[in-house]
Design a protein around this ligand. Sequence first.
Ligand code: FAD
Length: 510
Amino acid sequence: MQDWDIRCDVVVVGSGGGALAGAYTAAANGLDTVVLEKTALFGGTSSYSGASLWLPGSVVQERAGLDDSTDNARTYLRALLGDAEADRQDAYVTTAPAVVEFLERDPHLEFEYQPFPDYFDAPGRMDAGRSIIPVDLPSEAAGEVRELVRPAPIVDRAGQLHPDETLIAGRALIGRLLLALRGTGRADLRTRTAVTRLLTEDDRVVGVEATDADGRTLRVRAERGVLLAAGGIEGSEEMRAAHGTPGKAQWSMGPAGANTGDMIRAAVALGADTALLDQAWFCPGVELPDGSGAFMVCVRGGILVDATGNRYLNESLPYDRFGREMIARGESALPSYLIFDSSEGGPVLPAMSIPEASADDHFAAGTWVSAETIEELAAKIGVDAATLRASVERFNGFAERGVDEDFGRGGDPYDTFFCPPRELPNVALPPIATGPFYAARIVLSDLGTKGGVRTDADARVLTVDGSPIEGLYAAGNTSASVSGAIYPGPGVPLGTAMTFSYRAVHHMLG
Ligand code: FAD
């Protein structure tokens, strides 16, 4: 017998998009739900995100007049992922429309289509993308919830106060879900409460043990189930090393100290099987002056070279594919350098850096260097001058002809999507010709790891022999992703997290 401090139907561990979508599904269906979040703020990495949601075949796409469907999305996933996890792929695409329809029934939850191309040229692809995003949440509508949502990376990492502004993207998603949860009257939402252990009775998970803000132990009983949605192992250098996950905790985009694999370890202690622990949603990272990494996305210029001064990839690749090329290149690619010129009016990185630091701070820290000539630049970053000069000249030849003969940059709809209109043979291939020239140090970052406990189509956590652990469910980056070592399109991390959380709760509802 255990002493319980709180009794409820469902405990949700973590407070990202998957966790809160699951909690809302439970609470809106009449289940008393407790959300336990380790840090002082709700939202995790999900708050930082663009909140693109790969939830195909929904009413939102229909409203936008998009010619997409569940079958089309299934075709795309199958083409990329094969049949290995066919049941989970099918569960994902067939449930996604219901998730959106269910969420939009709540007045606080509203989505719209936003173009952002899928990441692979494969059957079923939507060239302009198929993901949806939450509608911005004005500050006044968010009310006091605004203060509870983890702010954007630039604010969160710089330790600034919350600006009084409209919540957009990931903050809109978390803000809206918190408002919807509050509206159910059935959700107990707690921050600064770290779950440390899963509690069992007769091989069934019946609750959790947590440590609250005052260091007190809290035991919470969950009659229907426990949903683990507490992120991956991105923030644990130890676990990354143990599982050979490329990159580093300090370069990862997870909020500092948040996602350290706690719930993966807790589930493994009960016999849970794991998979894909060496995998992440990879991306290139602009090394920031403090040594952390910033998600580099939407590249519109420059070339990337490794320590030999040679290009080795299409710089416009979708970020996970970019990161995987860096891994494949090996040691010489860490760090790499983005070489760019002054054609945008000075030291302006021809890409988005999330968060960004000022050029002055970069120069002071040495994470960026500048020079009047390519040869001088090469000397500053320690690469062979003749090789770097040859790389730039070869690329400039491609720019002139509009064709990247080495890596095909500018040949895919994704490559050109983020480039401004400009008078060039190929908008994705602007020459590097206007001095001064710059080099930015690029490391391997990630948007979170994607390996974790193995789950079935209902998000039930499985043991090594394939049987479910009763009462235990997992979604988001705590679970091994249905997409394996592939990132199919924008919004798959959150789309899968929300869908499998929804399915978990429906399984609990029976
Ligand atoms: P999180 O959202 O990180 O939530 C995990 C939470 O669990 C954290 O708040 C953490 O504190 C808490 N926690 C951890 N351990 C415990 C514990 N022991 N007890 C209690 N709580 C605990 N993905 C998309 O799909 N679309 C996008 O547009 C997109 N854009 C992105 C943009 C950026 C800049 C970044 C950084 C990421 C983006 N991603 C996007 C990736 C996506 O945000 C993450 O992969 C996803 O949010 C992970 O969700 P999660 O629920 O697994 O983890």
